[in-house]
Design a protein around this ligand. Structure first.
Ligand code: BDP
Length: 710
């Protein structure tokens, strides 16, 4: 019996109330709080002996705040990894046997400012960089190396980030709720700030810095004007004081109409001199409290948010006005390209391109346009956004969604690195073959100096940060890829598993296998062959029948276009012709239904139910095959997890095992909903070999309605 269980047992007997024993049963288990920074003791004796040779001291040359964070982290890490307390010293002269930080002042180093080098020199492990921040990243890299129990014989690691702004976007509201958040309430306790600074902020900063994330936007893109008030600026400053110690800049999402609602001006027109003056003063006020403030993130004229178009101005007018206010400072303006109009005849797919491509070259150099990975909205699979490559005169950042809005919230295990990689590795062909999205984003294709990768955070105040224990891997993967988009999904998964769950090789193999297949499995039971489901609502329950909404693109039927003939959205020249937004080489990949790879088929074509596909099956048969095998593969995931059980913490094992049970139940729910609904159009039986759903469509609709009730 575990200690936690005993506690509960005694409290039930003696106190008569289970609530008194409430709280996480973490006394003897891993509650996930430490993420990938557990620094579990090194067990390999040879390796341990190697590491111990460098524990005479930690040499920190100056008193810099970020250097201090690096030294402290190293001290914590070495204590846990090796059981040794290592002192930090500023005066170490030519001593050897320690770990030494070195700020490279010479111009000889080829590293970018945040890059680092780790090598053996003068009998020490030397972590060097041009900046304190680089030393912090190098320190985390060294600790990762040690956690993985890798040898330091011949140690020589050099790494620089490929992207300059590596940022989390929190969709957190001032009342503590999180838009599309599935891991509890917001980490930011606005009502306590600025006086009380939750110690958790520091752990948040450590986790991000360990991945190389250097920016955080604290509030929702559907922003409250509140954050522009002096009351809130000082609260934000208190959080920024913590972030700064870890090289993280703090940013805010802004409400474009704040000059009117907060400032009392008659307008928020970006060309109005009073409005421009208001923003200038606002930005100056922020810099007074937060001297290293990062900048603004703006959602404008999108989903009902105000913006420059309310005054007949363009996105560029709006963005440039804000950029002007940042001119005296280092901050930037990140302007989102997530826009679409309520035109019943339009294809939402095309909207961002239509609005933004004509503005190429019109943005102030301080502006980065942030583009979602796909043209619609964070679907389980989307083609890459056609904006990438088509705005050569405007720095484009990519926005990924880490939180699992369309990926089963916190009950489905979906490892997202393959989603991020799929987009980054896509070839736009803008400058011939090899013009990948990654090269657009890292600036190498068009020579942008300001480059950005943003991820919509999946964190909340759950003890384990992300709700689903395996969702931590998505935060991890985003961070690692924002530093180096060439890392592979497998490499990142292996690393995360070893740091977080188990160093046992066999168990690790089962878990990484589960992770690496999880996205395809999810797509199979949720949106196979290029289906999508960005309809309004909770984005959780299956609702392909939903055909009522205040605008056509807020219904389900708008996206899948099921009818008696077939299924899918014709985006070729005979349909919306969205394909024309891509280069001819890309069009060629997707414009012929017989040649379009199956994962993208229904994104671009309306395919007949009886059409034979490359698999030899008809569309209907293929869909059923995917829905059934996808849902059944969750059982395979359960098996992989169980095979790792012996090498997992009991608490983590049980948590994931239970969530996998929910996933299995919900996968069947998705399968049956789609199959029964599509069957009303296809009018064919479920193919032989698969058992038809036990429930009727009406029964499923009723069960979905329960989830949609207020
Ligand atoms: C959609 C979300 C919505 C966000 C919006 C956005 O459903 O909550 O506000 O994207 O990115 O995915 O602005």
């Amino acid at each position: 019996m575990t200690r936690g269980f005993l506690l509960l047992f005694f409290s039930l007997i003696f106190l008569g109330s289970p609530s008194l024993a409430a709280g996480p049963l973490s006394a003897d288990g891993d509650d996930g709080y430490q993420l990938w920074l557990k620094y579990e003791a090194v067990t390999n004796p040879t390796i341990k002996a190697e590491y111990l040779k460098y524990t005479a001291f930690i040499g920190q040359p100056t008193e810099g705040k970020i250097l201090q964070s690096a030294s402290q982290e190293l001290q914590t890490g070495l204590k846990k990894l090796l059981g040794k307390t290592v002192n930090i010293t500023n005066s170490f002269g030519s001593r050897s046997g320690g770990i030494v930080f070195k700020i490279e002042t010479g111009a000889d180093s080829a590293q970018k400012p945040e890059g680092y080098q780790i090598k053996l020199s003068g009998g020490n492990i030397v972590v060097s960089s041009k900046t304190e921040q680089g030393i912090l990243y190098g320190t985390f890299a060294l600790l990762r190396h040690m956690q993985m129990q890798e040898t330091i014989k011949g140690l020589s690691i050099a790494s620089s980030p490929k992207v300059r702004y590596r940022m989390l976007n929190h969709w957190d509201n001032p009342d503590g709720t999180i838009e599309r958040g599935y891991a509890g309430q917001s980490l930011w306790k606005w009502y306590e700030l600025p006086e009380r600074v939750d110690p958790r902020y520091e752990d948040y900063a450590r986790a991000n810095a360990s991945l190389g994330i250097n920016g955080t936007v604290l509030n929702n893109v559907n922003a409250s004007a509140r954050f522009m008030s002096q009351e809130y600026i000082v609260k934000v400053a208190a959080v920024a004081n913590v972030m700064r110690k870890y090289g993280i800049k703090t940013y805010l999402s802004v409400y474009f109409a704040a000059p009117k609602t907060l400032g009392g001006l008659p307008t928020s027109d970006p060309l109005d001199p009073q409005v421009r003056a208001w923003w200038k003063e606002k930005v100056a006020q922020i810099y007074k409290e937060i001297p290293d403030f990062g900048g603004f993130l703006v959602k404008a004229n999108s989903e009902g948010e105000p913006g420059p178009q309310d005054y007949g101005r363009t996105h560029a007018d709006g963005a440039n006005m804000l950029a002007e206010a940042f001119r005296p400072y280092d901050g930037i303006v990140v302007w989102r390209a997530f826009v679409y109009k309520a035109d019943p005849n339009a294809d939402r797919f095309k909207a961002a391109y239509e609005e933004f491509v004509p503005l190429d070259g019109k943005f102030d150099p301080k502006v980065i346009v942030q583009v979602k990975n796909g043209p619609i909205d964070f679907q389980p699979r989307e083609p890459f956004s056609p904006l990438f490559g088509n705005m050569p005169k405007t720095p484009l950042g990519v926005e990924f969604q880490i939180t699992q809005e369309y990926l089963g919230f916190a009950t489905h295990a979906v490892y997202e690195a393959p989603i991020f990689k799929e987009c980054l590795d896509s070839d736009t062909f803008v400058n011939g073959s090899g013009s990948t999205v990654a090269k657009v984003v890292d600036g190498s294709l068009h020579g942008y100096a300001r480059t950005l990768m943003a991820g919509v955070a999946n964190t909340g105040n759950s003890r384990n940060w992300t709700g689903h224990p395996l969702a931590q891997a998505n935060w991890y993967a985003f961070g690692r890829l924002s530093w180096d988009h060439q890392l592979s999904s497998a490499q990142i998964a292996q690393e995360w598993v070893a740091l977080t769950l188990t160093r046992n090789q066999k168990a690790g193999e089962h878990i990484t296998a589960l992770m690496l297949r999880s996205r395809e499995i999810y797509v199979d039971y949720n949106t196979p062959i290029g289906l999508s489901r960005p309809w309004m609502g909770v984005h959780f329950a299956p609702e392909p029948w939903q055909n009522k909404g205040s605008r056509p693109d807020w219904t389900a039927v708008y996206y899948h276009r099921a009818d008696s003939i077939g299924l899918g959205f014709d985006r070729t020249a005979s349909g919306s012709n969205a394909l024309a937004q891509y280069r001819p080489e890309v069009q060629q990949q997707w414009n012929n239904p017989d040649k379009t790879p199956l994962p993208y088929l229904l994104w671009f074509h309306h395919v007949r139910w009886d059409q034979k596909l490359s698999t030899g099956r008809s569309l209907w048969e293929e869909l059923c095959t995917r829905f059934y095998t996808g849902a059944d593969s969750v059982v395979w995931m359960q098996q992989q997890w169980d095979l790792a059980k012996e090498n997992l913490d009991t608490q983590v094992y049980a948590d994931v095992a239970e969530r996998l049970k929910v996933q299995r139940r919900e996968a069947l729910w998705w399968r049956d909903a789609w199959v029964l609904y599509l069957q009303t159009f296809a009018r064919q039986p479920v193919p032989a070999g698969f058992n038809p759903p036990k429930q009727t469509l009406d029964e499923i609709k009723r069960s979905v309605n329960v989830y949609l009730m207020r």
